[in-house]
Ligand binder design. Structure first.
Ligand code: AMP
Length: 584
């Protein structure tokens, strides 16, 4: 396929904020795509060249792109910088400058999707001496052949900031629309740019199947390729495999203990809700791999966890779900997530980090055991299975503390015990439920103290003055609505001036700096990437922010670098909090 066709699609996607219309555009594209391009197209419309489970970055900075534009157009870096300041998007800058150049010359050759994809993908593996120059060359090669519109999207993809607003939901639905038109009796309405399934039940069944395939594979490209080739047969062998991360099951929130019982039934399992970070432990023969919930491989960062798994789990082939919690090596007391979060990205002094910031692994679920898929096995039996294979050793690897009860009083007592131990609260779990990867289903609910919190992403801020100069303060926060982010307020409270006191302005500023998109006076706009857990007293309606809501007395609790953009709290949750607080 020609890349120019994809560029046109990108432009169409960018010009609408309607999800249905985006899905319509995508499904038409997929229908036109041949087998040889399907993987590449699905990845590229998501602005990526690697599947979601692979967190390798292309590692290209704006500086590097500016150099590449200079090579391709002959325009000086200074001039590009100036254009960038006024336009704010390097993609559009490249478009404009390529346009100028092509008025004078002829295109050297047409770009194909394959050529663009291969060049971009090669960026991820260029390392070592001379890698900067090599990367610049690879990008410049594309820009030299690019038409203006193509240049816009090549640059944005290189910077991993495509901004056409295609989320997982749209891709999933587009796959169904494109490949199961007959099965779900779909009718395309070209005028309205929408689609109507005649057989809704069938449509839902197919959508759920594609979703399950994605949950297990964490790669829409693979799902689409299989569906294109095999149709429904693609759903038959969705096998779990150690070494390939799976989306974890997510939980809903209960208002209180009565509500928890109502939602998960009686008797229910209650477990401590540990304040750490989620890990998946995969054992394949002699090897153990540890993944975060974002499917990042952190085995190198947690060598002791690999060892605990080898010595304390008596099985050769499994996928376990667990929470790693930090504790103070001197007092043994549990510590909040923040204290160990730095270990997740650490690349050096790993052993010292493991000594200074030890973790205890609390195993609470199993997805695969000795080759057997456990997803459809009731929770009670899954728990029994992990009790059989885990040889607990406190402060290394244990089972999540659990009671099974129908008594409100007993559950309440357990909850208080959890809070007294410094944990966040408890999880209540339905004993008969299956494990549903990737979904926020009500098979388990969390019970936490009433102060609400949301995971919000920083989209802007203000450079501080006086003793806060050099730091980005007054952070602008946003919640999620589908694939877009809507502002919901500003926060400065909760961040510390001194790093030893907790999450500091300096630390947050360092994380935000590479994400700065543009600056006007003291105000900065940043690319969404830094997620903060923020608590507050109340949600209020507010015309000042694009979400329509604002938070009363917001306070940063901690950095959630274990969460991804898709985990940012959505507008639906904000609305729910707003309406439930009224009735309290
Ligand atoms: P939240 O992040 O507030 O949505 O709460 C859900 C998270 O709590 C899960 O993703 C786990 O990381 C964590 N967690 C801690 N203890 C447990 C447990 N016993 N069972 C399930 N999840 C737990």
């Amino acid at each position: 396929m020609k890349y120019s066709l994809l560029a046109e699609i990108y432009e169409q996607l960018e010009s609408t904020s309607k999800r249905l219309e985006k899905t319509f555009i995508l499904s038409k594209l997929l229908k036109k795509t041949g087998e040889e391009d399907i993987d590449k197209i699905i990845l590229l419309v998501q602005g990526r060249v690697l599947p979601q489970w692979d967190e390798t970055k292309l590692g290209v900075s704006e500086r590097l792109v500016i150099k590449a534009i200079t090579i391709a157009t002959g325009i000086s870096g200074d001039r590009i910088e100036r254009e960038w300041k006024s336009i704010g998007d390097l993609g559009r800058v490249a478009e404009k400058l390529v346009e100028k150049k092509t008025q004078a010359t002829l295109f050297s050759r047409e770009l194909s999707v394959e050529k663009v994809f291969n060049n971009l993908k090669s960026l991820a593996s260029i390392e070592g001496q001379g890698s900067v120059d090599h990367k610049v060359k690879v990008i410049a090669e594309l820009l030299s052949s690019a038409k203006p519109l193509e240049a816009r999207y090549v640059v944005r993809t290189v910077l991993e900031d495509l901004r056409v607003g295609v989320g997982n939901g749209s891709i999933r639905d587009a796959i169904v629309w494109a490949f199961f038109e007959k099965e779900a009796k779909l009718h395309y309405d070209e005028e309205a740019k929408s689609i109507e399934p005649e057989d809704r039940a069938e449509y839902k069944r197919l959508t759920d199947s594609v979703q399950r395939a994605f949950d297990l594979k964490a790669d829409f490209a693979e799902v689409a390729r299989l569906v294109m080739k095999e149709g429904e047969k693609a759903f038959e062998d969705l096998e779990l495999k150690p070494g390939r991360p799976v989306n974890v099951m997510l939980y809903q929130k209960a208002k209180n203990m009565e509500d928890a019982f109502e939602r998960v039934g009686k008797p229910a399992a209650f477990e401590f809700k540990y304040d750490g970070f989620r890990i998946e432990i995969h054992r394949h023969g002699n090897g153990v791999t540890i993944y975060t919930r974002r499917m990042e491989d952190v085995s190198r960062q947690f060598p002791e966890v690999v060892e605990y798994a080898k010595s304390q789990i008596k099985a050769d082939n499994y996928i376990l779900d667990a929470e790693a919690v930090g504790f103070d090596p001197k007092t043994g007391k549990y510590l909040p997530f923040q204290s160990i979060s730095q270990r997740i990205r650490r690349k050096y002094d790993i052993d010292k980090m493991a000594r200074d910031f030890p973790v205890e692994v609390n195993v609470f679920d199993v997805l695969l055991l000795e080759g057997k898929d456990m997803l459809n096995v009731p929770y009670e039996e899954r728990r029994a299975a992990i009790e059989k294979i885990v040889k607990p050793k406190p402060k290394e690897l244990v089972l999540a503390r659990q009671i099974v009860t129908s008594s409100l009083e007993e559950a309440q007592g357990f909850y208080e015990e959890a809070l007294a131990a410094g944990e966040e609260g408890v999880m209540a779990k339905n004993l008969d439920s299956v494990y549903q990867p990737g979904s926020r289903v009500g098979f388990g609910v969390k019970v936490k103290p009433v102060m609400e919190s949301l995971d919000l992403v920083v989209v802007g801020g203000e450079w501080g003055t006086g003793k806060r100069s050099g730091w980005i303060t007054s952070l602008v926060l946003a919640c999620r609505d589908g694939d877009i982010f809507l502002e919901i307020g500003k926060v400065g409270t909760g961040l510390k001036e001194l790093p030893e006191e907790g999450l500091s302005f300096g630390e947050v500023t360092d994380l935000l700096k590479p994400l700065i998109l543009n600056q006007k006076g003291r105000e900065v706009q940043v690319k969404p990437g830094v997620i903060l857990e923020v608590n507050f007293e109340e949600v209020q309606k507010s015309p000042s922010y694009s979400s329509g809501y604002a938070l009363r007395f917001p306070r940063v609790i901690r950095l959630r670098d274990d969460k991804g953009l898709k985990d940012v709290s959505d507008l639906g949750l904000v609305e729910e909090l707003f309406s439930t607080q009224r009735s309290r």
